[in-house]
Design a protein around this ligand. Sequence first.
Ligand SMILES: [Zn+2]
Length: 238
Amino acid sequence: MTGFAPPELNLTDPGRGYLHFVLYTEPRISAAGAAWNATVTIEASTPYVHEWVERLQRCQPSALHTTFVDSQEIPKLHHPCVDEDTASPAAQGERCYCLRTWTDPEYGLPVVGRHHRGIGGDRWTYLTYAPLALRPDDVVASVITDRGDLFWARTTTGVLSVLPMLEAHAYGAGPTAGTGGAGAFAAYLQQLAQSQGRDTAAHGRDTESRALLNWARSTNASPKKLHVAELATLLSDL
Ligand SMILES: [Zn+2]
């Protein structure tokens, strides 16, 4: 099953107080994860990552947070950071290997942060899900290809989001991107250009434009910020 209908499922609008989330599980090997949402790993430190991290709200671990870690690590989601409790099981002297849980207040998606404090200082790796679509009234103003294979959308009201993406159609850009990833990215850009940024749902379509696919694989595609209006021009020029 790869389809969803945003009018029937509330996927990204925490303002309504609830969200739908479709999980996939393999009970025999204790695996559970998102059925459709793509897992996104954020390791780069960029202005966009910083902006996104700043708005996250700390919360207690939920069932969704457990889908980012191995089953043996689930108890660690509850262990405090060494900064909060030097006797935490996550602390090893001055070092720390804790997990921290947040929610994104804009789109309701879960976030797990992996803290690593060693002799080299602090390092955080964030795990989250790409939304399947933006909120019902969101319109995409620009798309950003960031360092670390990250893709963002900025709405016309200035809200930053991980670009909607399906697990089976993860994006790629630039010369090292495979045809599948670049094709999925080009198809999503084409959809935004043709809908003036209004059709934000990740449909997992193929692009009809070989020229747009070639552009997505060119050095022009990464890293870059592209306004939807420029995208429309790009599409018509190709
Ligand atoms: Zn820590």
